[in-house]
Design a protein around this ligand. Structure first.
Ligand SMILES: NC(=O)C1=CN([C@@H]2O[C@H](COP(=O)(O)OP(=O)(O)OC[C@H]3O[C@@H](n4cnc5c(N)ncnc54)[C@H](OP(=O)(O)O)[C@@H]3O)[C@@H](O)[C@H]2O)[C@H](O)CC1
Ligand SMILES: [K+]
Length: 478
């Protein structure tokens, strides 16, 4: 598990937030936290909007409680405020106390009132949303011209980011303590609008007690080895890549990604197709010997199998790699070779499917990408990197990192081959599989951001070294 110091990367689920709140109620008290939460919402709104007519939609739980507090602070700042309760808070609850302290105007929970307001604050449901909201609730939210969510939009599942119903988009969402997975995963991410995370003084022990297992990917969650005066190519790590005879481009891209991200040595095992790889890239070593012989070299621990390979080529290489207990990253052709029998991949360390490849292997993931990727990782005992706009990186032990450090520039053919090469380099540098996968995905994303507009995939390579240096520097700062 990531350590206590890594809590700053945690993305607690709503269920874990419930646990956190229970723990907090034993120490600091929910009312104090609610007051800070509502104040933070009012401050975020005052910083972004000119005074205007505000309607606060309040549900029966603590999310509604935050709404009453925000209403009180906005009114105190001279704004025109009305509260529309969906249902009253439970007597004796913190939200009940917050509602009692709000002495301003109350109106009906109705679409026409939402339509009349300049700004509508959604404090209907937050972490407690556990089923689709009723159509009457959605109708009121949809009538708003500008919407701000407290914690989460009342239509979004905070664990999965799924939209429980079709609803409106928000200008901004103000959450507390840490973002939730639903703020990061699509479509939730898009529905939320600008995301603000306010520090409300939640004691760290409470967050720790919640036991988060999902993390926002970034340097500090893992550490990439830095350059050292004692380095030599074997210490930096050897990446070996199985090459095919028909599609050399993918293999070459993977090799280039591996070299550009700092591998000590990259070797391509090309067998009879060696001639296709000998042109250009003089720093690459091309082997034409049989794989069995190459595997006698124990320094060649890390192997990449799949980019540019046909299924027969995978069949001729992957079982041998597994039998010789190498650290294997399987991608592309290797995933196709496994078809709908993912158990054939048992023994590999990391797989890197996009959603189509994942679906062929394990079936459609449905709305809960994290749960599906977790099940897949357990099933084959390997780290699963489910690639997408937000990539989900899952260890068989249940750790999950969500990577939003990426750019749409990466959505181009060959980008996955480069990524496979980068992850292989991290493995060859001695990183554990989940950490290597997290680091590789982040470096790839960073390179995409640095590569400017509409880069061709080869352009990523020029930025991978600086991306690695940045990751090292950022991890040291933390
Ligand atoms: N984590 C923190 O740091 C703090 C968070 N705060 C805020 O608290 C909410 C979570 O509060 P909670 O009371 O647990 O949950 P909600 O207010 O989101 O919702 C619970 C109530 O809503 C009902 N509910 C849920 N879904 C529906 C639905 N689809 N239709 C109708 N009613 C629904 C639920 O009813 P049940 O019948 O299921 O019991 C509850 O009545 C968090 O989001 C933050 O905003 C605190 O301020 C403290 C700090
Ligand atoms: K809400």
């Amino acid at each position: 598990m990531p350590m206590k110091s890594d809590l700053r990367f945690s993305l607690p689920t709503p269920a874990q937030c419930g646990e956190m709140d229970r723990k907090a109620s034993e120490t600091i008290g929910i009312s104090a936290l609610m007051d800070r939460a509502g104040w933070a919402v009012a401050q975020a709104i005052r910083a972004r909007f000119a005074p205007c007519r505000v309607l606060v939609l309040c549900g029966p739980g603590n999310n509604g409680g935050d709404g009453y507090v925000a209403a009180r602070y906005l009114e105190r700042a001279g704004w025109s405020v009305q509260v529309a309760p969906l249902a009253p808070p439970r007597e004796g609850s913190a939200a009940f106390g917050a509602a009692a302290q709000y002495r301003g105007r109350i109106t009906d929970f109705a679409p026409e009132n939402a339509r009349r307001a300049d700004l509508v604050i959604d404090a209907v449901f937050g972490a407690g949303l556990d089923r689709p909201p009723a159509p009457e609730v959605v109708a009121v939210l949809s009538a708003a011209r500008t919407l701000v969510a407290i914690d989460l939009p009342s239509t979004v599942n905070g664990t999965t980011g799924a939209a429980l119903v079709e609803g409106p988009d928000y200008r901004m969402s103000v959450t507390f303590v840490r973002p939730k997975p639903g703020h990061i995963l699509y479509p939730g991410r898009e529905i939320c609008g600008e995301l603000i995370c306010a520090d409300i003084g939640m004691p760290e022990v409470c967050l720790e007690a919640a036991g988060p297992t999902i993390w926002l990917n970034g340097p500090g969650l893992w550490h990439v080895p830095a350059m050292s005066p004692e380095d030599h190519k074997y210490r930096r790590g050897v990446v070996s890549i199985c090459a095919g005879q028909v599609m050399p481009g993918a293999t070459r891209l993977a090799a280039a990604g591996a070299r550009a991200s700092g591998a000590g040595l990259v070797r391509i095992s090309a067998g009879e197709g060696a001639a296709a790889y000998c042109l250009g890239a003089p720093g690459l070593v091309i082997d034409d010997g049989p794989l069995k012989t190459l595997l006698e070299d124990e320094r060649r621990r890390v192997w990449l199998c799949g980019p540019g390979l046909t299924e027969p080529e995978v069949a001729a290489s992957l079982p041998l790699l597994l039998a010789s207990e190498r650290i294997v990253l399987a991608d592309a052709g290797a995933l196709g070779w496994a078809g709908s029998e993912p158990e054939k991949l048992r023994g590999v360390s990391v797989i890197t499917p996009h959603i189509g490849e994942f679906t062929r292997l394990f079936g459609a993931p449905g709305d809960d990408l994290v749960a599906a990727a977790r099940e897949a990782a357990q099933r084959i005992g390997a780290v699963v990197v489910l690639k997408g706009a937000v990539s989900v990186i899952v260890s068989p032990d249940g750790r999950v990192a969500l990577n939003d450090h990426a750019s749409p520039a990466l959505a181009t053919a060959g980008s996955g081959d480069t990524l496979a090469g980068v992850i292989a380099t991290m493995l060859a540098a001695g990183m554990a599989p989940w950490e290597a996968a997290c680091a590789g995905v982040w470096l790839h994303g960073e390179a995409g951001m640095r590569a400017g507009n509409w880069p061709i995939v080869e352009a990523l390579d020029a930025h991978l070294g600086d991306a690695r240096a940045k990751a090292i520097a950022l991890a040291c700062e933390i």
